[in-house]
Design a protein around this ligand. Structure first.
Ligand SMILES: Cc1cc2nc3c(=O)[nH]c(=O)nc-3n(C[C@H](O)[C@H](O)[C@H](O)COP(=O)(O)OP(=O)(O)OC[C@H]3O[C@@H](n4cnc5c(N)ncnc54)[C@H](O)[C@@H]3O)c2cc1C
Length: 418
């Protein structure tokens, strides 16, 4: 098999990428390991999707359907139930796929967009002490069991981590008749969207224990009891603050990691913060013709930004494929400055800078009011004020080519306004 552009993953990012890459001269293929398109959206049956993209509150499947419908009758091939297990870069990309229907297959492609989403951190990642009974699982897995397969995973539930999936599952389990006894969060602030704290915890009187973590687990076969404790500013449990809960389920909402480990043979340069590829403003990696977008690039809070990033990757991959000659790059960094955890894209390619740069980033500190400063050679070239800034919420900033004073690196800083 041969194609021009292969998109790995048919979630929000992959669907948007495919739609924006459409061109009569290009053969495009989406490869999706699940039997249907839509990705994680299929299990998100709550509403709240699409406020920015469609100015409507849709459920996850409804949001996905808008894109799936738009793809119908378009010049795009789709392989469902098929997993990409390896990609190598020779002159073109050599891709190995596997599926129950067709076994192993090989494919060559001139360009690749990785839109493979992310995976959830498990108990091992945070090393919770105690026994190892059944009943401890990532919140997203519980969501899939409940919303797609019809299993309620427990009746008395505690949630560790206040990420959005944990918050959404606190409400969902309550609505299905389970008792959610609380949510413990290690940080002094929640890692979820404010609207989810209000709508999923406060509205159901579910307590949120900030600066707390699980310090013991008991249960021979299934989970019977957990202990939580308050932590100090070094995250050490404070003796005497123990609270014990009799529960049969502990859901973990302790972080998501871009799912790009399968593609290590491509030798993409990675960021230690986002745990995924380093890209320039076209979302191309150091491997020529290889693009990454969506949660596979960095974990997003809202699907709208995932779709916009997918759109960007599709558009720039199309331009790359249609361009006859590939000019050398002139890469300079877009570095995170004070109070900024990371910025995507990580690099500007000055030789291909034709459009505004859409920067997505996360901050390290909660602030009621602040200003983002884009700095080049010590000079502030762009200022943007913002309110209610929080590490859980992704920030966006557009830098126009005319804002840049030279072809030097830039930094983004956040300054508190008091
Ligand atoms: C519980 C939860 C609640 C959320 N709530 C909201 C909300 O209220 N509002 C909102 O705007 N956003 C919300 N989001 C966020 C948003 O839905 C996601 O960020 C977005 O859908 C991710 O899209 P994606 O395409 O990057 O990844 P995914 O949807 O994960 O898609 C990746 C796809 O790639 C496929 N894949 C992976 N590896 C391979 C491979 N090797 N071969 C073939 N296929 C592969 C996967 O099967 C998957 O279908 C929520 C997310 C979650 C998890």
């Amino acid at each position: 098999m041969k194609t021009d552009l292969t998109i790995v993953g048919g979630g929000a990012a992959g669907l948007a990428a495919a739609l924006s890459a459409i061109d009569p001269q290009l053969n495009i293929l989406i490869i999706e390991r699940e039997p249907r398109l839509g990705g994680i959206l299929n299990q998100c049956i709550h509403n709240g999707f699409g406020l920015h993209m469609f100015q409507e509150e849709l459920t996850g499947p409804e949001y996905a359907n808008r894109f799936i419908e738009a793809l119908k009758d378009k010049h795009i091939d789709i392989l469902l139930g098929t997993t990409v297990i390896d990609i190598q870069k020779k002159t073109d990309f050599e891709i190995t796929l596997t599926s129950e229907a067709n076994g192993y297959q090989h494919l060559t492609s001139k360009a690749v967009i990785i839109a493979s989403g992310c995976y959830e951190r498990t108990r091992g990642a945070v090393q919770i002490p105690g026994e190892r009974p059944k009943g401890i699982m990532p919140a997203g897995s519980a969501q899939r069991y409940l919303n797609m397969e019809g299993y309620l995973v427990g009746k008395r539930v505690f949630i560790l981590g206040s990420g959005d999936i944990g918050l959404i599952m606190a409400r969902r389990m309550t609505l299905e008749g389970a008792q959610v006894l609380g949510v413990a969060e290690l940080m002094p602030y929640s890692n979820g969207l404010t609207r989810n704290i209000v709508q999923c915890l406060n509205d159901f009187d579910i307590p949120l224990y900030l600066s707390h973590t699980v310090t013991d687990i008991k249960g021979k076969d299934i989970l019977e009891q957990i202990t939580i404790q308050q932590v100090d500013d070094k995250f050490e449990p404070i003796p005497g603050t123990e609270k014990v809960f009799e529960v049969d389920t502990l859901l973990l909402s302790i972080g998501l990691i871009p799912d790009v480990g399968l593609f290590d043979s491509l030798q993409m340069k990675k960021s230690p913060i986002t745990k995924s590829a380093i890209v320039d403003q076209t979302l191309m990696t150091n491997v020529e013709g290889l693009f990454v977008c969506g949660n596979a690039l960095h974990v997003h809070d809202l699907v709208d930004w995932v779709s916009k990033e997918g759109e960007k990757a599709g558009k720039t991959a199309k331009a790359y494929l249609l361009e006859q000659k590939h000019e050398e790059k002139d890469l300079k960094s877009i570095a995170p400055g004070s109070n900024i955890r990371y910025v995507v894209p990580h690099l500007i390619d000055y030789n291909h800078l034709t459009e505004p740069i859409q920067c997505a980033f996360r901050v390290t500190k909660k602030m009621a009011q602040g200003q983002f400063k884009v700095v080049q050679n010590g000079e502030v070239i762009l200022l943007k004020k913002a309110k209610h800034i929080a590490p859980a919420e992704m920030e966006n900033l557009i830098i126009k080519p005319e804002d840049l004073k030279s072809k030097d690196p830039i930094e983004i800083h956040l300054e508190e306004i008091v």
